[in-house]
Design a binder for this molecule. Structure first.
Ligand SMILES: CC(C)(COP(=O)(O)OP(=O)(O)OC[C@H]1O[C@@H](n2cnc3c(N)ncnc32)[C@H](O)[C@@H]1OP(=O)(O)O)[C@@H](O)C(=O)NCCC(=O)NCCS
Length: 250
């Protein structure tokens, strides 16, 4: 997530960095096994049956990467509104990743061998929940020493764009801009979250009809991660206070 100056996205006039208001009735935290029923309901709301994660996959992610699975929950109902699953990844392994299904088979990178994360899956029904989750994870990412995050994004505007303009190529489409922002709505969404480096375009990435099954590998730099020696030494309470104070750099 590259650095952009913003405190309250809802009041920002800058479309590059528009973000939801941070004060909302959601609680962001690390995921636990007892969250799985609620996470399955969230999956079913946002993914088709062939795309949605099943119980064993969620269980495996939470057990394998407990510090890299986060969610936002409604303070009133306790239901999951957003979830984000990540794993460590070697940059070399990214080149071997042909399809989203490969994510689970990318070896066992650990913090000892890499400082990069790969987003396995992001699901949300409320942008305030998604943003709260990112804010929650940020000081943990600094403390844990992660530097950047890769993720594979669908490009759901592609099919329609190609129908409107048969000459359009997918390579051209992913680089197109509308008022300075990516033309594709999901690339625009990630751009606002700081994922601004297009690393690779992958065909047959996952079953996603409106993206014609393409995926784009994006990279976001974790703000202030380069000060890692400092975050390692800073007590957790001081880091939490610091991150609340300077949340505007996210
Ligand atoms: C992508 C996703 C996580 C965003 O959730 P969210 O943070 O709650 O935000 P919203 O769904 O309200 O989308 C926020 C903005 O991004 C745009 N956007 C994001 N993904 C989009 C998509 N697939 N198609 C169209 N627009 C999209 C929305 O139009 C919205 O734009 P607006 O603010 O101008 O109205 C959520 O839509 C989702 O779970 N989608 C299905 C799963 C998915 O595609 N996950 C990402 C795979 S890496």
């Amino acid at each position: 997530m590259s650095v952009s100056l913003l405190v309250d996205g809802s009041s920002s006039a800058d479309p590059q960095t528009r973000r939801p208001a941070p004060t909302q009735p959601f609680q962001a935290r690390f995921l636990a096994l007892q969250d799985i029923p609620s996470l399955l309901r969230l999956e079913a709301r946002q993914w088709s049956p062939e795309q949605a994660a099943d119980e064993p996959s969620l269980r495996q992610r939470i057990l394998t990467y407990p510090g890299l699975c986060v969610g936002s929950f409604c303070s009133h109902t306790g239901e999951a509104v957003s979830s984000l699953f990540m794993r460590p990844i070697h940059r070399d392994d990214l080149g071997r990743m042909r399809q989203w299904a490969d994510v689970a088979d990318l070896g066992s990178a650990t913090f000892e061998s890499t400082r990069s994360l790969l987003g396995i899956s992001l699901t949300s029904v409320d942008p305030r929940g998604a943003w709260g989750m990112i804010q929650f994870f940020w000081p943990h990412a600094l403390k844990q020493g992660w530097r950047d995050i890769y993720l594979g994004s669908p490009i759901p505007g592609l099919k329609q764009a190609m129908l409107s303009d048969p000459q359009l190529t997918v390579q051209h489409y992913v680089l197109q801009r509308k008022r300075g922002l990516p033309r594709d709505p999901q690339l625009r969404y990630y751009h606002r979250m700081g994922f601004r480096h297009l690393v690779a375009l992958k065909s047959d990435y996952f079953p996603h009809p409106s993206s014609l099954n393409y995926g784009v590998l994006l990279r976001g730099v974790i703000p202030l991660a380069w000060l890692w020696p400092l975050w390692r030494l800073l007590p957790w309470s001081a880091l939490r206070s610091m991150s609340r104070t300077v949340e505007g750099v996210l």
